[in-house]
Design a protein around this ligand. Structure first.
Ligand code: ADP
Length: 213
């Protein structure tokens, strides 16, 4: 099963992708997580990506396509994958189509987690992150309930970066909806409600589209 979780920043793609990963045993491929681990390791790619990410911008397409190419040929991706955060631009989507064809693969479904802009700003601005496993918590949470450490604010969850992330999403990423709708791949799922409610909606969408057997 090859899935794309599509949606604006803060729509909950990462959370839902993890739940699908647990359920179906296929890898959750998050380009945001890959970039953050490069930044943490201080690799040349990480050094380049760090200021771009902190400002809420997009890392150049050629770099992102290279990352995804390396990841999708890993053995664990043979029986399927859940993409989260890639593609984010039309050139990335076009390059991905070429890559998938080369690998004799195709998307089974694109799940669109729909959340209005007002709600996104509310969720992202002030959201706190556990430095150990990157889980996120509401603004007033002081410490990670699991790891007991003080929560931090991701650079790109600061107000200026949040604004930029939403703007760039509307400009560069929203056009992907038309791109995949034209291929009749998109299932739209309302991204508000509890995490479990949204997960059930995602599963019904996959069932409805006959992706799940
Ligand atoms: P979110 O979806 O909440 O914005 P992510 O963790 O998916 O967060 O991504 C964090 C940042 O990593 C993005 O704001 C961007 O700078 C960079 N990034 C991730 N994926 C891509 C991509 N496909 N193209 C360009 N930049 C990306």
């Amino acid at each position: 099963m090859n899935l794309l979780l599509y949606g604006p920043p803060g729509s909950g793609k990462g959370t839902q992708a993890e739940m699908l990963h647990s359920r179906f045993g296929i890898p959750h491929v998050s380009t945001g997580d890959i970039l953050r681990s490069e930044v943490a390791a201080g690799t040349p790619l990480g050094l380049k990506a760090k200021p771009i990410m902190a400002a809420g911008g997009y890392v150049p397409d050629d770099i992102m396509v290279g990352i995804i190419r390396n990841r999708l040929v890993e053995p664990d991706a043979v029986s399927g994958f859940i993409l989260d955060g890639f593609p984010r631009t039309i050139p990335q989507a076009q390059a991905l189509d070429v890559l998938l064809t080369e690998l004799s693969k195709a998307f089974d479904r694109v799940v669109y987690l729909r959340v209005d802009t007002d709600e996104l700003v509310k969720r992202l601005a002030g959201r706190m992150t556990c430095p150990v496993d990157q889980r996120t918590f509401p603004p007033s949470t002081a410490a990670c309930p699991e790891h007991g450490v003080k929560l931090v604010q991701r650079d790109d969850d600061k107000p200026e970066a949040v604004k930029k992330r939403i703007e760039i999403y509307l400009e560069k990423t929203l056009p992907l909806l038309d791109y995949y709708s034209a291929k009749q791949l998109v299932s739209e799922v309302p991204g508000v409600g509890t995490i479990d409610e949204i997960h059930s909606r995602v599963l019904s969408a996959l069932e409805h589209a006959k992706v799940m057997n």
